[in-house]
Design a protein around this ligand. Structure first.
Ligand code: ACO
Length: 323
């Protein structure tokens, strides 16, 4: 059975650090409110002129270096983003050009905060059907560009960043001891539009728009939907949640992470959290957390990882993989 194994991962954060105290100088908020409600202490913002494709390119370069392969060995780039440099073309094609990759295909996936999990599912299916041998999967967002700085309920939550993984086809036995992606489970429910959306776009207002969110409602759905997608991925692969070594969640809010851990009986020490220093980086948050846990030695070869996310749409899902 063909499996998509991870050859390497990489990430990039913009240099500019914005602390809660920095924000409270211009927004009616406080370090205490943000920390206690969300777990966020600081986040990174892209510099003026720094674009999503710049962050995505750096993360992609780092992932290729970690995988020890060149861009010409890649057949497919899938980039998850909500904040493209331009309405078109895809950020993935911009990264393709900057990497010097002149073959294969590159396109973007739009599933907001769950984009990386969706992009991983897309690339995994291309690999498992034998269509491509190696894929670069990127999650990159400049969420700071979508904020309404007069809306303190949203503008304190988000940050900018990018992360990426290189996937390659490998032969597996077809059971849960295989390395690579063992299962993905993705879902969406378009009826939830009004709970989390951007109030602009090319075909409506002709502007970029600002993020709008009903936080309490998002919170309530997030815990239930994410937990059920995690159970669906585990069931599809024939493993128990208790078999998982590391949970690598989308970083939206520490209280969402704690709520999911409680619901599924997960030891909080197994949950990778980068929220405090990064905030919610949308499609970038899962690969950023993954790369951090690999770099500091928590994630080791053979470990079972469960990735999960939920975002606007709603769109949500989980991916189970053996490192
Ligand atoms: N600073 C200070 N006070 C604030 C701030 C702020 N930044 N934001 C809101 N408040 C005030 C409100 O005005 C309100 O004041 P009032 O009681 O005088 O009216 C009070 O705090 C409570 O506001 P709520 O919106 O009810 O705050 P809540 O406890 O729901 O927390 C939060 C808000 C943190 C956004 C929470 O709803 C949440 O975590 N939701 C999940 C949404 C999320 O993480 N979304 C990310 C995108 S989706 C995703 O990635 C999964």
């Amino acid at each position: 059975m063909i499996r998509s194994i991870v050859l390497g991962s990489g990430s990039y954060l913009p240099e500019k650090i914005v602390t809660n105290a920095d924000l409270s100088a211009t927004v009616d908020t406080s370090d205490e409110w943000i920390r206690t409600r969300t777990g966020i202490c600081e986040r990174r913002f892209a510099a003026e002129g720094e674009k999503t494709s710049d962050l995505a390119f750096r993360a992609a370069r780092a992932a290729l270096d970690a995988a020890r392969i060149g861009a010409q060995d890649i057949d497919l780039i899938v980039c998850a983003t909500t904040t493209p440099d331009e309405t078109f073309p895809a950020v993935a094609t911009m990264v393709q050009a900057r990497l010097g990759m002149t073959r294969g295909a590159a396109f973007d996936v739009q599933a907001v905060c769950s984009g990386f999990v969706f992009a991983l599912a897309v690339a995994d299916n291309f690999i498992r059907t034998g269509t491509v041998k190696r894929a670069l999967v990127i999650g990159a967002d400049c969420m700071s560009r979508l904020m309404d700085w007069n809306d303190r309920t949203t503008c304190v939550l988000f940050g900018d960043g990018a992360g990426a993984v290189v996937l390659a086809a490998d032969e597996g036995a077809g059971d849960s001891r295989d390395r690579g992606i063992l299962a993905t489970a993705i879902f969406s429910d378009g009826r939830m539009h009004d709970l989390l959306y951007v109030d602009g776009g090319p075909s409506s207002t002709g502007t970029t728009g600002h993020l709008r969110m009903q936080g309490k409602e998002v919170f309530r759905h997030a815990v239930n939907n994410i937990a059920s997608s995690m159970e669906a991925a585990a069931k599809a692969a024939g493993v128990a949640i208790s078999d998982v070594d590391w949970f690598v969640p989308h970083q939206a809010n520490q209280r969402i992470l704690d709520g999911i851990a409680k619901k599924l009986g997960i030891d909080e020490a197994k949950v990778v959290s980068t929220l405090a220093l990064q905030g919610n980086t949308s499609a970038a948050s899962v690969p950023l957390a993954l790369t951090a846990a690999v770099a500091d030695g928590r994630v080791k070869p053979g470990d079972l990882l469960l990735l999960e996310a939920l975002g606007g749409g709603f769109a949500w899902g989980a991916a189970l993989l053996r490192w």
